[in-house]
Design a binder for this molecule. Structure first.
Ligand code: GLA
Length: 727
């Protein structure tokens, strides 16, 4: 077993190293953990050279014993050095990892090293999703003690042999006799020795998720965040920091995220000395966790990815670890069925005969799964009612007959749920108004006519759980779409005491995870897809439970090009639901090609397609079927970004370099010009056939010369090019 974590007793340096990176820090003379370096796999560092700060920086103080001026030589104490676990309330004002208030209202937090242990394996979090303990993975767990209070911090640093990343996790233990209030508990901190970086992040909106925005980092604090009770459309919990001269395929870059689906903060703070501090954790807005004596609080798991090969290196590491150590193994590489989802075709306007007709029509389109979306339960014919009443509306549909019909034609069957919500117009609300989140004494904000189910309330979870399993136990269901259609407001829970209301956002998330976990583990063969008004909860937390996500409600293929391009920077293609819709910005052939680099599916009434349109879709469906494994497991290359030019091109190459699939789209009518599409990731010495000009060229030719696109291009002219190695 390769040893990846070392402690040098003399210098008190820690080093986590594999073949991609090394991460160095040390215990200084005041027992504070000082950060040294994250970057290439250095064999050693020079501690003195790295920590040699000008001693003029030392700070003076009034010595209470002598009443004379003394001076700290420990510059770190003055907020000038790189830290691992920055404290709060002392001289370092660049952003704390923890803010903890004790019974005296003292908030100063300062953790000092006590001991450490190194072990094979990694921590698994009992109530939250996290990466799996598999393969050669080692953890350094450091025990730290608060300077003034009896509070312990267990800081875990995990390294896998095969990935260029460090996982972080923190646990706070209250050994005081009195409760403490955790006002901030971040998952990770990384101090970088410069401010010459660019930030890439992924803000957005409903139908406009994860736009790729690049900006320079400069002095001051920039916070990327969600305070919406879910990871949100508005900002995805991922940030890339790249050195200014780094590019798509070269240079030093870092990615930061954590395995969590609720409120988050990513703070990027540049101080006066031009150091950049990056922190990720649960958003501390409206967060106050009461920790009773002898109890502990665990943060979500954070990740720091390092790439010496540009942005693409980040993407590939994130994709690999997500596929190999996070997503349910049973599904990750399994063929995901081509589905037709009923939503865009008929919304809630259906009956048994109509659905049977949909099913009959879609069989001829190579579909493998039919999904009955919203509208099958309670009294639901519009979005005013019935969330919370998970019983079949037998006046509207005969669910058994529909499922049997599906199965008799060889199609799988799927059903839509939105378990974490409740309509005031529902039996559940009438019987249990206390299950709705919010203070009933004030006007609660409705969104889409619904309130949020209080998943901090165990009874509410149990109720919805037993309703859902009654359906899943009694009907032969192969797939579940798990939706979440509003932001969380009114974060007030009747299930906890008034003084605990600052815990509600996190408790909601823990309750939702519990509900999800109970259901997905009870039905290991059901394929679950997460959704939140499209991509409002596309994050590593949800991917732990559900291997795919409905990427966006946006059905305009032009907009989807952008959304899918940038989403695939973060999340594997095997996680991205990408359906062909009825939107008429482009012809069906184009729409289908654009949907091919993802989980291919349909979102229309199959009857509305004429023979030619059906054929166009079927042609792409067969490309998809041939290349499913490649799409799910290959290395992704972002060749041309639509955010900077009028072209979009995305390529996926199999790990063994025998196969590739390339999508090219032209975003605006273009005249003939010199235009060669250069590929990546092929074996330069091997010959590959391509389905564009039906020629075979060497890998080096594709990568250095490129595919000839010297022609006029129409608006949204799109090519899906298969590349196959020649024996
Ligand atoms: C959300 C989803 C849609 C559909 C509707 C149903 O908006 O994103 O795909 O399921 O809910 O109400």
């Amino acid at each position: 077993m390769v040893i990846m974590i070392n402690f040098d007793r003399q210098r008190k340096t820690f080093c986590l190293r594999n073949r991609y990176l090394s991460y160095w820090f040390y215990v200084n003379e005041a027992n504070i953990l000082q950060h040294l370096f994250l970057g290439s796999p250095l064999a050693d560092i020079n501690l003195l050279a790295l920590t040699n700060l000008d001693t003029d920086w030392s700070r003076t103080y009034l010595d209470k014993n002598t009443n004379l001026e003394g001076s700290y030589q420990d510059a770190f104490y003055d907020g000038k050095s790189m830290m691992e676990i920055p404290g709060f309330g002392y001289a370092d004002k660049r952003g704390a990892s923890f803010i903890i208030e004790d019974s005296n209202k003292n908030v100063a937090t300062d953790f000092r090293y006590v001991s450490h242990r190194i072990y094979q394996g990694k921590p698994l979090l009992s109530q939250m999703p996290c990466f799996r303990d598999e393969g050669n993975v080692q953890t350094l767990e450091i025990t730290l003690q608060d300077l003034k209070r009896d509070i312990t911090l267990l800081a875990s640093y995990t390294i896998y042999e095969d990935y260029s990343l460090i996982l972080r996790n923190n646990q706070i233990i209250n050994n005081e006799e009195q409760p403490i209030i955790i006002r901030r508990a971040y998952s990770l901190n990384l101090d970088l020795p410069s401010k010459d970086y660019s930030l890439i992040h992924f803000p957005g909106d409903w139908c406009n998720e994860r736009r790729e925005v690049e900006e320079e980092i400069d002095y001051g604090l920039k916070r990327l965040y969600s305070n919406l009770g879910r990871s949100s459309h508005e900002e995805n919990p991922f940030a890339f920091i790249k050195e200014k001269d780094a590019g798509e395929y070269q240079g030093t870059c870092y990615a930061f995220s954590f395995v969590y689906s609720g409120n988050f903060a990513i703070d990027i703070n540049v101080d006066k000395l031009k150091m950049t501090r990056v922190q990720v954790g649960i958003n501390d807005e409206q967060f106050a966790w009461n920790l009773a004596s002898k109890q502990s609080f665990v943060t979500p798991e954070g990740l720091i990815v390092y790439s010496a090969k540009g942005i693409n290196g980040l993407t590939q590491t994130i994709h690999d670890i997500t596929r190999e150590k996070l997503i349910n193994k049973h599904f990750v590489n399994k063929d995901r069925p081509i589905m037709l989802n009923s939503w865009e075709g008929c919304y809630m306007d259906f009956n048994t005969e109509k659905i049977i007709r949909y099913i009959d029509d879609v069989v001829s389109m190579d579909a493998e799964l039919f999904v009955l979306d919203d509208g099958w339960f309670g009294q639901r014919n519009d979005d005013n009612t019935s969330l919370g009443d998970w019983t079949v509306n037998t006046q509207k549909i005969d669910l058994k007959r529909i499922i049997e019909h599906c199965h008799s034609l060889g199609l799988k069957f799927g059903l839509w749920f939105e378990p974490e919500m409740i309509n005031p117009q529902s039996d559940l609300f009438r019987h249990h108004p206390e299950f709705a989140l919010g203070d009933p004494k004030v006007n609660r904000s409705l969104s889409r006519h619904q309130l949020v189910l209080d998943t901090a309330n165990k009874a509410a979870i149990d109720n919805v759980y037993s309703q859902i399993i009654t359906i899943l136990d009694n009907y032969d269901i192969d797939y579940v779409k798990w939706d979440h259609n509003r932001n969380v407001a009114d974060a007030f829970s009747l299930a906890v005491s008034n003084y605990q209301q600052g815990e509600v956002y996190h408790r909601l998330m823990l309750g939702s995870y519990e509900l999800i976990n109970r259901i997905v583990t009870r039905y290991p063969n059901i394929l679950f897809e997460s959704c939140a008004s499209g991509g409002g909860r596309f994050d590593l937390g949800m991917l732990y439970y559900m291997p795919q996500v409905w990427t966006s409600d946006e059905m305009d293929p032009l907009q989807r090009l952008f959304i899918q391009y940038s989403t695939s920077r973060l999340y594997p293609l095997s996680t991205m639901g990408a359906h062909v819709g009825k939107h008429n910005t482009a012809i069906y052939s184009t729409k289908a090609k654009i949907s091919c680099l993802g989980i291919f599916g349909y979102e229309f009434d199959p009857k509305t397609l004429d023979a030619e349109q059906k054929k166009a879709v079927l042609d792409v469906a067969s490309v998809y079927k041939r290349n499913r494994n490649l799409i799910y497991s290959g290395d992704v290359y972002h060749l041309l970004t639509p955010y900077k030019q009028n072209y979009m091109s995305l390529l996926v190459v199999s790990k063994d370099k025998r196969q590739g699939l390339c999508l090219f789209s032209n975003l605006k009518k273009e005249n003939i010009e010199y235009r060669f599409l250069k590929l990546k990731g092929l074996d330069p010495q091997k010959k590959y056939f391509n389905s564009f000009d039906h020629q075979a060229y060497l890998g080096s030719y594709y990568m250095d010369v490129g595919i000839n696109l010297c022609k006029g291009l129409t608006f949204l002219e799109t090519y899906l090019i298969e590349i196959t190695i020649e024996e």
